[in-house]
Design a protein around this ligand. Structure first.
Ligand code: SF4
Length: 199
């Protein structure tokens, strides 16, 4: 956690009454796409949650910089169900990295690209795709600690299909894994994100 980077808490509900920033209303016209478990740790497989509810640091940083969050559905839950049902000895990645698993990820990706296009058409800027930890079968971003536009083959299956769908739509945006499995990695990723948010 990076206490220095977290915004001072305004009076309770104070932000609800913030004055319009520009144009017609208060919207900042910037957003990031985030994996489901950054906003809901209950999505994670048993033993993998790093927070009780949300990744507070990412959410606070976005709020501080006026950046919205658009949530990708968890590909493991979509494809395997919340209990990641699979035969004994078979890894989640083995199930997800199959034609049917990749098709599921492609469908999520295509839907997301449609949503992103809609925002871009409204002059809302996409700043980053925020993925997960290096071992995540669905959402790892490799090379780790990079801001690659094309996550490589070690990356999670959803990150790979999303990169392909974005490229097909000529949408260029950096991917970055938010590695909350180790505090020093998370700190590094939050620093990267804050830099990305600077005008
Ligand atoms: S597959 Fe992705 S969204 Fe689902 S729990 Fe793993 S990292 Fe989170």
């Amino acid at each position: 956690m990076l206490p220095a980077m977290l915004p001072a808490m305004p009076s309770r509900f104070g932000r609800l009454f913030a004055k319009p920033a520009s144009r017609d209303d208060a919207r900042g016209r910037r957003f990031v796409v985030v994996i489901e478990c950054l906003l809901n740790q209950n999505a994670r497989d048993r033993g993998a949650a790093a927070y009780p509810a949300v990744n507070d640091a990412v959410v606070a940083l976005c709020a501080l910089h006026g950046v919205g969050l658009l949530q990708l559905p968890c590909p493991e839950i979509r494809f395997l169900g919340p209990d990641r049902a699979r035969p004994p000895g078979i890894r989640i990645r083995d199930r997800l990295d199959t034609p049917a698993g990749r098709q599921c990820c492609r469908e999520i990706s295509d839907e997301m690209v449609g949503r992103v296009r809609g925002y871009l058409a409204q002059d809302v800027e996409l700043l980053a795709i925020l993925g997960g930890n290096p071992e995540s079968p669905g959402c790892a971003v490799h090379p780790v600690g990079s801001d690659a536009e094309a996550p490589d083959a070690r990356s999670g299956i959803l990150m790979q299909t999303l990169a392909e769908a974005l490229e097909a739509a000529s949408i260029r945006v950096p991917f970055r894994g938010i590695r909350d499995c180790r505090p020093e990695w998370l700190e590094e990723d939050l620093r990267w994100l804050e830099e990305r948010f600077r005008p």
